[in-house]
Write a protein that binds this ligand. Structure first.
Ligand code: GLA
Length: 694
C-alpha cells in the first residue's frame, strides 16, 4: 500500500509518496501539476532501474534518509543512546495532519522509543515552502545530526550556487560543480556567520537571474548550521540542512530543527530571490509600526569611534539632520570605561567621564532636531577587563583559557542569571532614556557551537521586544555575521557589512538580494576615504549605492564639501520620495553579459513603476555599455523611462543615446528583449533609470 500527500501553490507543486508505511520521499517538486495527475501513477513512473553493483532495489531518498534502509549517503538522523550505541531507527507511519497548505507527518520507531515529525507549510503569497522536523525520545539520547526534511536536488544541473564570505566581504556567490560525494558547508562558529551564509540556490542548466528554473533554500538559524549537498553513486542528489553537528551538549529527549525555507522558481534566480524577500518582509519581520517609512540613519561609528565628545556629537547630529537623517545611532564607546575595544563590555552603565549628565543632553539635542535616538549594545559579550567579568567569571561560555576574539568572551546565554542580568541592564537603559532603536552587535565567534546559546539570545530578544514593543533592533555581528531568518524574527534591520566601500558594498548587496528585501538591508554612506579599503569614490556613487537599500550615513559630516553635501541631500531626498513603494518592491537582479556591470531593478508590488540601477563597477572591455535587458514587465504594456541622473553624463559621452536627452517610451517586450542603451559610464558610477507604466 502507498500513501501520498500533495501540496499545491500557485507556482509550485510538491508530491510526497511513501511505501508500506515507511517515510515518504519527494517524488515531484516543480511547476504546478494539473489536478488530474494521479499520485499513484506518478509514484509508479518515479521508480528507477537497478543494475550491476547495486542493491536489488533503490533505498528511498526519503525526507529523513535512514541508515537502516541501506541508504548509501548521509542519513537524515544520526544519534546514540545514553550508552553511546548508535541508533538506526526504522520509522513507520503513525498519523498525518493536513490543514489547508500545512502538513504534519508523524512517524515512530516503537522499539527505540523515537517519534519523528516532519512539518511542511506552503505560503501562497510568498511562494515559500517552509519545513522543519522534530524528534522526541522516550529515553535520553545524544543527537549528532537531525536534518530538516530532506529534498532531492535536480539532476538537470551542473553546479550549485553557494555563499561564502568574510568580514567586509559578505555574500560572495560561488558556482560549485556537482560531483560524486558530499559538498558540505558547516558553520561551527556559533553564528550563521560571514563564512557560510545558510543559503543555497540550485539552478538548472542555463538558468540565470531572469530565466530558467532554480530551487532555493535558506535555513533560518543563527547558531551555526550544516548543509549537505550530496550526489549518490546512482546519480540521485540530496540537500540537507540542520543545526551544526553536535550542537546539543548533552543527553536530551526533544529536538527540533530550525525552519528550512525552500522555493521552486520558473523565473530564474529572481524567482527564488523575490520569494525569500517577500516571505521575510511579509511573514517574518515585525515592525513596531509597519506603516512608518524606514528612517534615514546617521550612525557615528566611523566618524568618531571611541572618541565621544558631547559638543562634537551634537554638531554631528545637527549636520546629519541637515543632510536628511531621521535617526541618530550612538555607537560603541558610551559605557563603562571604553576608550578602545579592550575593556568594559558587560558594564552597561553610562561612562560619566564622557557623559557627566548621562545621555540626556545628547538625546534631548537629537530629539529637538526631530531625530529618533538609537544606541549600540553588545549584550552577549564580556571583556575580561570589566566589572561584570570580575564579579562573575563563571558566567562565560567555554573554557577560561580560550582564545579571545576582539579581546572579548561570550556570556553563557543558557544561564537564567545571565538572561536576567542582561534583561535588567538593557531594560534599565530603555526605561531611563528615550531610545527607539538598538544596534545589537555580536563581534566574535563563539568558543563552541551550542544550541542553547542561540535559544538564549532569541529568548532575551523576545522578552525585550514584548516589554518594549516600540524599540526596533538591528542585527549586527562585525557587519553581516548574523543574518538569517531566525534572528530576523526579532530584529528589523541587518548591518550587512562593515564595508562602506561603495563598490564592494554594491556587490555584497547584490548577493544578499537573493534573500533580503531592501527595507531590512542597512546601507550607509561612509567616509570619503573608505576606512576598510583606502579607496575614494565620488559622493554620487556612494550615495546611490546606499539609496538602493535602507539608507544611512556614517561619515563625519564635518568632512563634507558643499558639493558633496548637496549631492547627498539630493539623493537622500530621492530615497525619501521613493521609499514608500520601494519598501514593498521586489529586487530583481538583471543579467548583464558584461562582468564590469552589476545591475538590478526594483519593481513596485503592483508593477506600475520601477527603478533600474546600472552600476559600472570597472572599466569595460568594450568601449560602450552593452544593452541592458529589463525583466518582470508586462510585454504588452508601454512604459516611459527617465534617466534620473542625466546631469552626471560625462564629457566623454559625445553621442546621442535617447535617454541622455529625453525620456524613452517602449513596450515591455522591447525593454525585456532589446534592452536599454545607456550613455557611456565612468567606472565607479551608477545610472539610475526610473520607469513608469503608461
Ligand atoms: C562592529 C560593528 C561596527 C561597530 C563596531 C563597534 O565591528 O560591525 O559597525 O558597531 O562593532 O565596536
Amino acid at each position: 500500500m502507498s500513501q501520498f500527500w500533495r501540496l499545491d501553490g500557485p507556482l509550485q507543486t510538491l508530491v510526497l509518496a511513501a511505501k508500506q508505511k515507511r517515510l515518504p520521499q519527494v517524488i515531484y517538486w516543480g511547476p504546478p501539476l494539473p489536478a488530474s495527475d494521479d499520485c499513484t501513477a506518478l509514484a509508479a513512473a518515479h521508480a528507477l532501474d537497478v543494475t550491476g553493483g547495486m542493491l536489488d532495489a533503490n533505498p528511498d531518498l526519503s525526507i529523513c534518509p535512514e541508515a537502516s534502509q541501506s541508504f548509501p549517503g548521509q542519513p537524515g538522523l544520526i544519534c546514540r543512546d545514553a550508552l553511546g550505541c548508535v541508533l538506526r531507527p526504522e520509522f513507520r507511519f503513525v498519523k498525518d495532519l493536513a490543514q489547508g497548505k500545512n502538513l504534519c507527518l508523524t512517524y515512530a520507531d516503537e522499539d527505540l522509543g523515537l517519534t519523528y515529525e516532519a512539518h511542511f507549510e506552503l505560503t501562497d503569497s510568498s511562494n515559500i515552502l517552509t519545513c522543519w522536523s522534530r524528534l522526541e525520545a522516550t529515553q535520553p539520547l545524544m543527537l549528532n545530526w537531525l536534518a530538516a526534511p530532506v529534498f532531492p536536488a535536480t539532476q538537470l544541473s551542473d553546479a550549485m550556487i553557494s555563499f561564502s564570505g568574510r568580514w567586509i566581504g559578505e555574500f560572495q556567490t560561488h558556482s560549485i560543480p556537482w560531483r560524486a560525494g558530499i559538498h558540505k558547508r558547516e558553520s561551527r562558529t556559533g553564528r550563521s556567520g560571514h563564512e557560510h551564509f545558510p543559503g543555497l540556490i540550485l539552478p538548472e542548466i542555463g538558468a540565470r537571474n531572469t530565466t530558467g528554473r532554480a530551487y532555493g533554500f535558506h535555513y533560518g538559524w543563527s547558531g551555526g548550521h550544516q548543509m549537505i549537498a550530496e550526489e549518490l553513486p546512482d546519480g540521485r542528489r540530496q540537500i540537507q540542512f540542520g543545526h551544526a553537528c553536535d550542537s546539543h551538549d548533552g543527553l536530551a529527549q526533544s529536538f527540533e530543527t530550525a525552519k528550512l525555507h525552500t522555493v521552486f522558481s520558473d523565473n530564474g534566480f529572481n524567482g527564488c530571490g523575490i520569494a525569500f524577500q517577500r516571505h521575510l518582509r511579509d511573514h517574518i519581520l515585525t515592525f513596531p509600526k509597519a506603516s512608518l517609512p524606514r528612517p534615514v540613519h546617521y550612525n557615528c561609528w566611523e566618524a568618531i569611534y571611541f572618541d565621544h565628545d558631547l559638543a562634537s556629537l551634537k554638531d554631528i547630529a545637527t549636520r546629519a539632520k541637515d543632510l536628511g537623517a531621521e535617526r541618530f545611532v550612538l555607537d560603541d564607546g558610551w559605557f563603562g570605561q571604553r576608550d578602545d575595544d579592550s575593556s568594559s563590555l558587560g558594564d552597561w552603565q553610562i561612562d560619566a567621564r564622557k557623559y557627566p549628565d548621562g545621555l540626556d543632553p545628547l538625546i534631548d539635542h537629537v530629539k529637538s532636531l526631530g531625530l529618533q535616538f538609537g544606541l549600540w549594545v553588545e549584550p552577549e559579550m564580556v571583556n575580561p577587563d570589566s566589572n561584570l567579568y570580575r564579579a562573575h567569571p563563571d558566567w562565560v561560555l567555554g573554557p577560561h583559557d580560550q582564545l579571545l576574539g576582539r579581546q572579548q568572551m561570550v556570556l553563557d546565554m543558557a544561564r537564567d542569571e545571565v538572561q536576567s542580568h542582561l534583561y535588567d541592564c538593557i531594560s534599565a537603559l530603555l526605561e531611563s532614556y528615550d531610545i527607539g532603536y538598538l544596534k545589537w552587535d555580536h563581534n566574535r565567534i563563539l568558543p563552541l557551537v551550542n544550541v542553547t546559546q542561540t535559544q538564549g539570545i532569541y529568548a532575551l530578544l523576545a522578552r525585550l521586544r514584548a516589554a518594549f514593543p516600540h524599540v526596533e533592533i538591528e542585527s549586527c555581528a562585525s557587519g553581516g555575521g548574523r543574518i538569517d531568518f531566525g534572528i530576523l524574527q526579532h530584529c528589523q534591520r541587518v548591518w550587512l557589512s562593515d564595508s562602506n566601500d561603495a563598490l564592494e558594498r554594491s556587490q555584497i548587496q547584490h548577493g544578499a538580494a537573493l534573500f533580503l528585501p531592501s527595507l531590512v538591508t542597512g546601507s550607509h554612506v561612509g567616509p570619503r576615504l573608505c576606512h576598510t579599503s583606502g579607496r575614494v569614490f565620488d559622493m554620487r556613487y556612494r550615495a546611490w549605492v546606499a539609496a538602493q537599500r535602507h539608507m544611512g550615513f556614517e561619515m563625519d559630516p564635518r568632512e563634507l564639501e558643499a558639493q558633496e553635501a548637496q549631492v547627498l541631500s539630493e539623493v537622500t531626498q530621492w530615497y525619501k520620495d521613493n521609499r514608500g513603494w520601494l519598501a514593498t518592491a521586489d529586487i530583481l537582479r538583471l543579467d548583464s553579459s558584461d562582468p564590469s556591470v552589476l545591475a538590478e531593478m526594483q519593481l513596485a508590488s503592483d508593477a506600475s513603476r520601477f527603478v533600474v540601477f546600472f552600476n559600472q563597477l570597472h572599466s569595460a572591455q568594450q568601449i560602450l555599455p552593452r544593452p541592458l535587458r529589463l525583466t518582470g514587465l508586462d510585454p504588452k504594456a508601454r512604459y516611459v523611462l527617465h534617466l534620473r541622473n542625466r546631469d552626471e553624463v560625462s564629457k566623454l559621452s559625445r553621442g546621442a543615446p535617447l535617454l541622455k536627452s529625453q525620456d524613452l517610451q517602449a513596450s515591455g517586450a522591447w525593454l525585456m528583449t532589446h534592452g536599454l542603451h545607456l550613455p557611456y559610464a565612468m567606472p565607479g558610477s551608477i545610472w539610475v533609470v526610473e520607469g513608469q507604466k503608461l
